[in-house]
Design a protein around this ligand. Structure first.
Ligand SMILES: [Zn+2]
Length: 239
């Protein structure tokens, strides 16, 4: 099992790790600071220093409890080898800002009395993100209203905290998991990692986020798309 360092502290940019094993998916270490693709957040990239050479990490994936680091070129590490990991921080930090922005948008939609529909998915890129809604009468005006409200919350400077709740406590909080698969997953976890944006929102989540909403920056609406009668898409950028 790979210890995922970023779950407790998303700001760690470098760390030592011990090589354990490898297969076609890549190298596995005792712990990692590299985020594996999942939950709409892309994998980290970066470098692993080993034996005087810099190994370039080009993809990171999860399988069971292990994290696999795909390396450019061929290398032969031995179990027990000590390595030094460094992530590409600009890419990761951008993902953290977008991920936090999506939580805030989700909170605006979820807690709005006008019933703004339901978020069904999201995808983060380094320079933009999209949020998908189940929302029949979605208009650019409504989208702008959501963005304006999200920007107001961002500028208030709410602390963003990582909590670990036991399952019973997690299940007692309304809206902690907002999708059917999310709620099913919650029932299988003894300890649930929760991202709390103080005074704004709580969500069960495995991603990386900033420590304060002010770090998100300014949200801009770049457009809306209709992907079907109820399936609508919101495209955003940050500056
Ligand atoms: Zn998140």
């Amino acid at each position: 099992m790979t210890e995922k360092v970023f779950l407790k502290d998303s700001y760690i940019k470098s760390a030592d790790a011990i090589f354990q094993k490898a297969d076609d998916s890549g190298l596995v270490f005792d712990k990692t600071i590299f985020y594996a693709t999942g939950g709409g957040q892309p994998n980290d990239t970066g470098t692993i220093k080993w034996n005087g050479s810099d190994l370039r990490v080009i993809d990171v994936t999860k399988k069971d409890d292990d994290v696999f680091h795909r390396i450019e070129g061929d290398v032969k590490l031995s179990p027990g080898d000590r390595c030094h990991m460094e992530i590409d921080w600009n890419r990761r930090y951008s993902h953290m800002r977008y991920h936090t922005a999506i939580h805030i948008i989700d909170a605006v939609v979820h807690h709005n009395p006008e019933n703004f529909g339901l978020i069904t998915g999201s995808q983060i890129y380094q320079d933009r993100a999209r949020v998908d809604f189940d929302f029949q009468d979605f208009t650019r005006e409504i989208a702008q209203k959501i963005i304006d409200e999200a920007n107001r919350i961002i500028s208030e400077g709410h602390p963003v905290k990582i909590l670990e709740l036991d399952q019973a406590k997690a299940l007692s909080i309304e809206g902690l998991a907002r999708t059917v698969p999310g709620r099913e997953l919650l029932k299988r976890l003894d300890v649930v990692r929760v991202i709390e944006i103080e005074g704004v929102d709580m969500q069960a989540d495995g991603g990386t986020h900033v420590n304060n909403t002010r770090e998100v920056g300014t949200l801009k609406l770049s457009g809306i798309e209709s992907k079907g009668r109820r399936n609508k898409r919101l495209n955003i950028t940050l500056s």
